[in-house]
Design a protein around this ligand. Structure first.
Ligand SMILES: [Zn+2]
Length: 205
């Protein structure tokens, strides 16, 4: 979840488990966005904002409220949703499509990925102009390594790479996937997802 108060601050710890420092405290009841919640104690891992985790009646973590350290009236509430992309973009319209990139792929292409332990999937895609994004790579903004002679690209350094630069999201067709290669989409906001033929991209050469 991106902070709405401090630029480049990301809350990565989004498990529903109670945070250590909130165990056995007397949590106050608060209402945010019309939802009654229990608010934990201030999370001191964050110093640029005052951040408090929010809990439901069963002490499951369900969100976070962050306050501007200089202006108490300026606060922002972030909620956990039922999937990583909805939480990341704070938009419940992000949904898993129920299809994986494998389902859009020929059996031969799948076999090729399988025989490489799925390690080459991201690189095969990038060499065909498609950026496969996971929540982690989206937050961390990957680098692309390139060889100016043989034109090969990779998301990691390789023997003849002589150039590296930050990924330019606008230069690629993007597929948002999770760690199980399931594709995520949103119907309400226009994501930078081109309709792509993954089987073409990932076919063995
Ligand atoms: Zn090369």
């Amino acid at each position: 979840m991106f902070s709405g108060i401090v630029e480049n601050l990301v809350y990565n710890d989004i498990s529903p488990d109670i945070i250590e420092h909130d165990i056995d405290i007397d949590a106050d009841q608060w209402t945010y966005d019309g939802r009654d919640v229990f608010r934990g104690s201030q999370d001191n891992r964050y110093t640029d904002v005052r951040a408090y985790w929010l809990y439901d009646d069963d002490l499951q973590r369900i969100g976070l409220v962050e306050y501007d350290v200089k202006d108490n009236a300026n606060f922002n509430v972030l909620w956990f949703y039922d999937n990583q992309y909805a939480t990341l973009f704070q938009n419940p319209d992000w949904k898993p499509t129920g299809t994986t990139i494998w389902s859009r792929m020929s059996p031969e292409a799948y076999q090729d990925c399988l025989s490489n332990d799925f390690k080459n999937v991201f690189d095969m895609a990038i060499n065909s102009g498609i950026l496969l994004i996971t929540p982690t790579t989206f937050i961390n903004r990957s680098y692309i390594y390139e060889c100016t002679k043989c034109k090969k690209k990779s998301l990691s350094k390789f023997n003849c790479s002589d150039l590296d630069y930050e990924v330019d999201f606008f230069k690629y067709s993007i597929l948002f996937i999770d760690d199980d290669f399931i594709i995520y989409e949103t119907s309400t906001s226009e994501p930078p997802v081109a309709s792509v033929q993954v089987e073409k991209v990932l076919s063995p050469v």
